[in-house]
Design a protein around this ligand. Sequence first.
Ligand code: A2P
Length: 274
Amino acid sequence: MSTTITLKNGVKMPFIGLGTWQVKDKEEGINAVKCAIEAGYKAIDTAVVYQNEEAVGEGIKASGIDRSELFVTTKVYNDKQGYEETHQSFKESLERLQLDYVDLYLIHWPITDKYHDTWRAMEEIYTSGKAKAIGISNFHPQHIEDLMTTANIVPMVNQIELHPNQNQQALVAYCHERDIAVTAYSPLGHGNLLDHPVIKEIGETHHKSVAQVILRWDIQNGITAVPKSVNKDRIAANIDVFDFELSEEEMAQLNALHTGERVNKNPDIFIIEK
Ligand code: A2P
């Protein structure tokens, strides 16, 4: 089983990356990134709005890993969208990360009156080589269709809330049909799913935890995931998912757990609220 998927432009993206949403404390962030890299993570996911790009940069530096081995993702936030603003925000992200390129740059949320201009800047950033891949986050099919009326480059990734309670089956199918890779954020339901009896039982069969079963389910569905943890053991456990396989029946059981529950905002509503 490969630990990476290949994006439509040939770039390889690790299935499991360290999520950093809500990691606000700087030392905690640095430590989490160091622990992740020690545990074998090659991918780290951050965003301007998480306010931890500096910690991620310092953690990477402190780990001593060769930059070329890593896959770093960051995102332009809503208040920084627009053509000039995106170029500026990207420059500032690189500075905070102490990097001269990122592996993946995403539009964080579909701000409908801005994302066309944002994407134009992102295409230029991609062409310049300072982002090895570009994509979107929280985009629904209607946002993608609308973006494509002006885009020259089809997004390579869509990062969305995805976990057994919100399996996003239709959106994943839509993306995969267009060769847009999907990344699951809040893959553990923000921690809410960790006592789920069905997932627990499946885990017991494989001597794996609920978190590991969920992450393995993502991988077998062709989905990359960015579980967040600041705990050394949990960070290590979350990438220890390549030595077992869920059966077709177990996959079907997990695919059937959808309740529609979300832990973050519905992008359709978020646009109105901004
Ligand atoms: P912690 O950082 O203390 O490990 P999600 O990625 O879905 O948003 O979930 C993140 C939440 O799940 C955090 O509260 C995190 O806490 C917790 N978590 C992450 N990995 C595990 C794990 N393997 N077992 C239990 N809890 C976990």
